[in-house]
Design a binder for this molecule. Structure first.
Ligand code: GTP
Ligand code: MG
Length: 374
C-alpha cells in the first residue's frame, strides 16, 4: 500500500521546486505563474532510519523501502473553477490521491512574483480552499443528477443506494457552498461509501506545506515561527489538518548533494534532523494514521505500510492475501531490540522474541515473520 500525495497551491509558490527536490524527478520550475501545465508524477522512497539499520545488520540482497507518489499540478487562482488562469481541469489528476499537500508561500523574496503581489498565507489558503470546494461542488452537481435519474428508473436496491447518496450529498452541498471542506461534514460509513466515487478533494486529509526561507527553517528547527507560519499552523490546527515547514530552495540544493554525510552536515547546519521529504512523509503518515512494519532476512529487508490498529493477519495480508487467509502466527520483535541485541539469536536469548496470534495489534517498528498455511 503506497500512499500518494497531490500537490496544490497558488501559481509560483514553489510547488514544482518542492516536488523536484523531494522526488528527484525533474519538473520545470521557473519564476512565472503557470509554469507547470502538464502534471508531473514522481515516486519516492520513504526515508526510514530503521530500514537502514536492518540492512546493515542483515546485509540482504535487496532492500525495499515504502514509497510515496507525488503529483504536481498546475497552480490554481481565484476563479479557477470558472476558468480563470488555467482553470481547474488539472484537479482531475489528483482526484484519486490519498492526501493533499497544499503549498503556501511563507518566504519573502521581492524577486519572486506572487500572483497577488502580497505575501499573505491566510488569504492564499482561503483562495485555494474555496477553489477546491467549488471544484467539489461541480462534481457534486453531476453526481446528484445521476442519483436523481437512478431514483426515477431503477430497481429497488439501486433506488435505496441512490437515496443514501442523495442524503450524503445534501449534507455536503451546503458546506461546500460556504467554501468549507467536505471533510468538515460528519458522515457515517454508509454515506461515506455512497459518495466514495465522487473522489471529493476536500474530503481527503490535507497537509499544509509552508514554503519558508532558510531563516524560517532555522526558526522552525529552534521551535519558533514567523507570523506567516503561525497563520498556517493556526488554520491547520483549527481544521485538524497537518502543517510542515519546508524550504524549497534549500531542498533543491540538498537534492543535488549525493554524499549522505554531506547531506547530513547541510541539514545539521540549519538545525534539522531530517530532510523536507522525511518531515512531509512522516506528517502524512501521522495524518493518515499509517504505521510501518518490517520483514527482514538474508535475501530481503522491506518496509510495509499498514493502518494503526491493524491486526497481525491484516498486516500479513499486505504482503500476500494467502498470508492473511492461512495465518497461523507471527514471530515478532522490535527494531529497537535488533539494534540493541544485534541478532535474532541474541533477541531470543534475552527472551524478547515473541510469538503473537490473530488478535495481535501490529506496532510501528515491528519486525515480523509470518507462519501461514494455505
Ligand atoms: N527564494 C525562494 N524562491 C523559491 C523557493 N521555492 C521556489 N522558489 C522560486 O519560486 C519560483 C516558482 O517556483 P515553482 O516551483 O515553479 O512554482 P510552482 O508553484 O510550481 O508554480 P506554477 O507551476 O507556475 O504554479 C521559482 O523561480 C523558484 O526558484 C524558496 O523556498 N525560496
Ligand atoms: Mg509548477
Amino acid at each position: 500500500m503506497a500512499i500518494n500525495c497531490g500537490i496544490v497551491g497558488l501559481p509560483n509558490v514553489g510547488k514544482s521546486t518542492i516536488f523536484s527536490a523531494l522526488s528527484g524527478a525533474a519538473a520545470e520550475a521557473a519564476n512565472y505563474p503557470f509554469c507547470t501545465i502538464n502534471p508531473n508524477v514522481g515516486i519516492v522512497n520513504v526515508p526510514d532510519e530503521r530500514l537502514v539499520k536492518l540492512t546493515e545488520l542483515f546485509k540482504p540482497q535487496k532492500t525495499i523501502p515504502a514509497t510515496v507518489e507525488f503529483v504536481d499540478i498546475a497552480g490554481l487562482v481565484s476563479g479557477a473553477s470558472k476558468g480563470e488562469g488555467l482553470g481547474n481541469q488539472f484537479l482531475s489528476h489528483i482526484r484519486e490521491v490519498g492526501v493533499i499537500a497544499q503549498v503556501v508561500r511563507c518566504f519573502e523574496d521581492p524577486g519572486i512574483i506572487h500572483v497577488n503581489n502580497r505575501i499573505d498565507p491566510e488569504s492564499d489558503m482561503e483562495t485555494i480552499n474555496i477553489e477546491l470546494a467549488l471544484a467539489d461542488l461541480e462534481t457534486l452537481g453531476k453526481r446528484r443528477e445521476r442519483a436523481e435519474r437512478t431514483l426515477k428508473v431503477q430497481a429497488r436496491d439501486e433506488k435505496k443506494a441512490a437515496e443514501t447518496t442523495l442524503a450524503a450529498l445534501d449534507k455536503i452541498g451546503p458546506v461546500l457552498e460556504q467554501g468549507k471542506p467536505a471533510r468538515s461534514v460528519t458522515l457515517n460509513d454508509e454515506e461515506r461509501a455512497a459518495v466514495y466515487d465522487c473522489h471529493f478533494i476536500t474530503l481527503k486529509p490535507q497537509l499544509y506545506v509552508c514554503n519558508v526561507d532558510e531563516a524560517g527553517m532555522r526558526a522552525a528547527a529552534a521551535g519558533s515561527e514567523s507570523p506567516f507560519v503561525g497563520a498556517v499552523k493556526k488554520r491547520a490546527a483549527a481544521e485538524g489538518s497537518g502543517a510542515v515547514c519546508i524550504c524549497g530552495k534549500f531542498e533543491a540544493e540538498l537534492a543535488d548533494i549525493s554524499s549522505p554525510e554531506e547531506k547530513l552536515a547541510f541539514l545539521t547546519d540549519l538545525g534539522l534532523t531530517e530532510s523536507g521529504l522525511g518531515s512531509l512523509v512522516h506528517a502524512a503518515y501521522r495524518l493518515l494514521g499509517l504505521r510501518t512494519f518490517f520483514t527482514a532476512g538474508a535475501d530481503e529487508c522491506r518496509a510495509w505500510t499498514i493502518h494503526a490498529g491493524d491486526t497481525a493477519p491484516r498486516a500479513a495480508g499486505v504482503i500476500h492475501t494467502d498470508f492473511e487467509k492461512g495465518f497461523i502466527k507471527a514471530e515478532v520483535y522490535s527494531c529497537e531490540d535488533i539494534v540493541q541485541y544485534g541478532s535474532e539469536a541474541k533477541i531470543k536469548e534475552a527472551g524478547k522474541y515473541r510469538i503473537e496470534g490473530k488478535e495481535y495489534l501490529v506496532q510501528d517498528g515491528d519486525v515480523m515473520f509470518f507462519k501461514f498455511n494455505v
